[in-house]
Ligand binder design. Structure first.
Ligand SMILES: *Cc1c(COP(=O)(O)O)cnc(C)c1O
Length: 372
C-alpha cells in the first residue's frame, strides 16, 4: 500500500519547538537549576530583549494575550462606562478583554481588501460618538499585517481616545517604516504556541513607551502590589513564568528569519495561485506582512476546505463568526464586509514546518478543487 501523503496543518507548534530544540532545552534546564520559577532573571531579560527587538520603550510580561489587552486598557484608565472601538473579525479574546475591563465594545467595519479596521469607518464611529464615550481604539493587526496606523492614531488623538494595538498576530510587522506595537499608547502581544513568536504554554506581554502605564501593568499583574505585600489598587495574578520567558528568549533570535521564511512561502503561494478563481491576500503599500496566516477568500470556502481535508490538508478559518454574532457577546450589529470576510476566509498551511514542496502540493490541490 502506498504511503498516504503527510498531513499538513495550518499551524504546527511542535515544528517551532524542533527548530530551536537545543536552545529551548538548554533554557529549560537553566531555569530548573536556577531555583527561581516566577518573576526572576529570565523575565527581566526577555522584557529587555523583546522591547529591543521591537524598538519599544518597554515591555511587561503577563500570562497571556487576553490579559495583555485587558491590563493595558485598565492601565490606560479604561473601565466601566467607557466604550472601546475594535473590529468583529478577530478572536473572541480581543472583545473578552475589553468587556473584562467593564467597557463596552464598538464594532468598526473593516476594509474589504485587507480585512483590517477601516479608518473611514472608524472616523464615522467617532463622529457618531457625540458624548465622547469611545475612550480607546483597539486596532487588530490581523493575519500578520499591520492596520493603517498613521490614520488610526490621528483619528483617535483628535477624539481624545487612547490607542492599544492588538499585535498577537503581528510580531515584527511594520507600517510606514515603523514596527507594529510602537504606534499606540500601548500594545499587547500573545505568545500562544502557534503565534509567530510562541511559548510552549501561555504567555503575553504589554509593550509601549508610556512608562507610567507600563508600571501600572506591572502592579496589576501581581495583585496591585506596589511593593511586596502592599497593594496600591485592585490587581490580580497574570504573570509570565520563568520557563516560558526563557523559552521565548531561546526563540526570539530566530523570529526575524522565521518571518522572512514565512514571506518566501507566501510569495510562492501567491505565484502558484495567480489567476485561480479566489482572492489572494492583499498587502497594502508601505507595509511588511509577517504572514501569521496566508488567507485566501472564496464564497465556496466550506467546499474547498472539505476537499482539501480529504487530501490530508487541514486549513484554518480565522474567524468563522463575527464576535457580535456569538451567543456570549451577541449585539444588534451588522457589518457586511466583516460578515463576508468571516464567510469566505481560509488559511492555507504556512508556518516554519512547511516546505516549498508542501506549498506546491497545497496550491495544486487548491487549483484542482477549483477546477482552475
Ligand atoms: C491569540 C490572540 C489573542 C489572545 O491571545 P491569548 O494568548 O490566547 O490570550 C488576542 N488577539 C488576537 C488577534 C489573537 O490572535
Amino acid at each position: 500500500m502506498a504511503d498516504s501523503p503527510r498531513r499538513l496543518y495550518s499551524a504546527d507548534p511542535k515544528a517551532g519547538y524542533l527548530a530551536a530544540k537545543v536552545e529551548i532545552e538548554a533554557a529549560i534546564a537553566r531555569v530548573l537549576e536556577s531555583g527561581t520559577y516566577i518573576h526572576g532573571r529570565e523575565l527581566a531579560a526577555f522584557e529587555t530583549e523583546f522591547a529591543a527587538f521591537l524598538g519599544a520603550g518597554g515591555c511587561a510580561g503577563v500570562a497571556n494575550g487576553t490579559d495583555a489587552i485587558e491590563l493595558a486598557l485598565r492601565a490606560l484608565g479604561i473601565g466601566p462606562g467607557d466604550r472601546v472601538a475594535t473590529v468583529a473579525n478577530t478572536v473572541t479574546a480581543t472583545v473578552a478583554a475589553i468587556v473584562a475591563t467593564g467597557a463596552e465594545p464598538v464594532y468598526v467595519e473593516i476594509e474589504s481588501d485587507t480585512m483590517l479596521m477601516s479608518p473611514a469607518a472608524l472616523a464615522e464611529a467617532l463622529r457618531a460618538d457625540g458624548a465622547r464615550r469611545i475612550r480607546a481604539v483597539v486596532p487588530v493587526h490581523l493575519y500578520g499585517q499591520a492596520c493603517d496606523m498613521p490614520a488610526i492614531v490621528e483619528l483617535a488623538r483628535a477624539h481624545g481616545a487612547k490607542v492599544l494595538e492588538d499585535c498577537a498576530q503581528a510580531h515584527g510587522a511594520t507600517v510606514a517604516g515603523r514596527v507594529a506595537g510602537t504606534w499606540g499608547d500601548l500594545a499587547s502581544f500573545s505568545f500562544y504556541p502557534t503565534k509567530n513568536l510562541g511559548a510552549l504554554g501561555d504567555g503575553g506581554a504589554v509593550v509601549g513607551g508610556d512608562a507610567t502605564a507600563l508600571e501600572r501593568v506591572r502592579r496589576l499583574r501581581q495583585y496591585g502590589w506596589r511593593t511586596r505585600y502592599v497593594s496600591d489598587e485592585h490587581g490580580r495574578n497574570s504573570r509570565l513564568d520563568e520557563l516560558q520567558a526563557a523559552i521565548l528568549r531561546a526563540r526570539l533570535p530566530r523570529l526575524a528569519a522565521e518571518n522572512a521564511s514565512r514571506g518566501q512561502l507566501a510569495a510562492r503561494y501567491a505565484a502558484l495561485l495567480a489567476g485561480a478563481p479566489l482572492q489572494l491576500p492583499v498587502v497594502a503599500p508601505g507595509r511588511t506582512h509577517v504572514w501569521h496566516q496566508f488567507v485566501v477568500r472564496t464564497p465556496r470556502r466550506d467546499a474547498l476546505r472539505a476537499t482539501l481535508e480529504e487530501q490530508g490538508i487541514f486549513c484554518g478559518v480565522l474567524y468563522p463568526v463575527p464576535v457580535y454574532r456569538q451567543p456570549g457577546y451577541a449585539a444588534e450589529v451588522g457589518r457586511p464586509q466583516t460578515e463576508r470576510a468571516c464567510a469566505e476566509v481560509l488559511s492555507l498551511p504556512l508556518h516554519p514546518g512547511i516546505a516549498p514542496a508542501d506549498v506546491e502540493r497545497v496550491a495544486a490541490a487548491v487549483r484542482s478543487a477549483l477546477h482552475a
